[in-house]
Unconditional design. Structure first.
Length: 91
């Protein structure tokens, strides 16, 4: 499991073309962290299970916020290239 986390982190660092690919790498990282904590909490008390459910709800909020930013970026610019994204528009 930690191998999946580190590989998605490396992929996130080297993939800077598309905003969608960055979101997918973040989602893979969050899902692998959740499954790792669920596997660790299988033999322990219910507090770790509640913590993993909290992380799952936070990752769902992160995914919805990322998709909302992606839709807004596609509507305003027409593509999801990170290089074309600029906060300050030059005239």
């Amino acid at each position: 499991m930690p191998l999946v986390i580190f590989s998605s982190l490396l992929s996130l660092l080297f993939t800077k073309k598309s905003f969608l690919m960055c979101l997918l790498n973040l989602e893979i990282m969050m899902l692998s962290i959740i499954t790792f904590t669920l596997l660790l909490s299988y033999s322990k008390s219910n507090t770790e299970l509640l913590n993993s459910l909290l992380i799952l709800s936070l990752s769902a909020c992160e995914a919805s916020l990322g998709l909302a930013c992606l839709v807004n970026m596609l509507r305003t610019q027409g593509n999801d290239n990170i290089k074309s994204f600029s906060i300050i528009k030059l005239s």
